[in-house]
Design a protein around this ligand. Sequence first.
Ligand code: NDP
Length: 245
Amino acid sequence: MTLDGKVALVTGGSRGIGAATAVRLAEDGADVVLTYVANADRAGEIVDRVKALGRRALAVAADHADSASVTAAVDAAVAEFGRLDILVNNAGIGYVAPFAETGLAEVGRVLTANVHGVFAVTQAAAAHLGEGGRVITIGSCVSDRVPGPGMVLYAVSKSALTGFTKALARELAPRGVTVNLVHPGPIDTDMNPADGPYAADQAAMTALGRYGRPDEVAATVAFLASSASSYVTAATVSVDGGHAA
Ligand code: NDP
């Protein structure tokens, strides 16, 4: 197991890409703390799956709109397991609407969830990361190629993570911590179901001609979390089926 003895914190681990990532990191040997906002039952199911793999697991409620709850989640992880090695910034929300109809309240809500929350949880977590530590953030393929109208606010929120990743990589490198970004393409989750109204168009935009699965994103996160990625930092890795081609 490549992650034996490591402790990972996965935000938004109750569903979708985060849930698959929590399970995959546990399969690779890590103990896992996952956060959720509302779905305590779904979070509990993922905790049970991690424990069934013989790993320790904990679910903590943490809303990116509430910085105190985010900091408390990091504190709970360290209090429970005594250390923190891997942060996966996965939690985020989607948003599609014409630019002209995007109110400033919505700008605040989306940037809070997708940028401010990432900043807050990473700031709290980074204090505990040491040599070999990992920060892995889930961005989006819309930072590389915008598939159509209505994506301005979401693209702004996800593109901010490129600067975040590169700048933070420079700051944390002296401590032996790498910082990387993953750009998923269309992935079959509650946020973007493969049977949704725009799914066929999204699948057609990929070179592979299909949606991806959450476990296909989790596999790349697992690589970036492992020691095999020791010379990879400030990188963006696309897991998008060729959406940007
Ligand atoms: P889901 O909607 O399936 O799951 C979202 C997760 O984030 C849930 O665990 C949810 O918790 C949590 N969450 C939602 N809002 C907040 C908040 N305000 N604060 C903290 N946690 C929150 O999403 P996906 O798995 O599809 O997406 C995961 C990440 O991948 C997101 O950052 C998304 O932008 C990105 N992404 C997804 C793509 C896709 O096609 N699916 C494509 C490209 C990027 P709860 O269960 O309690 O609601």
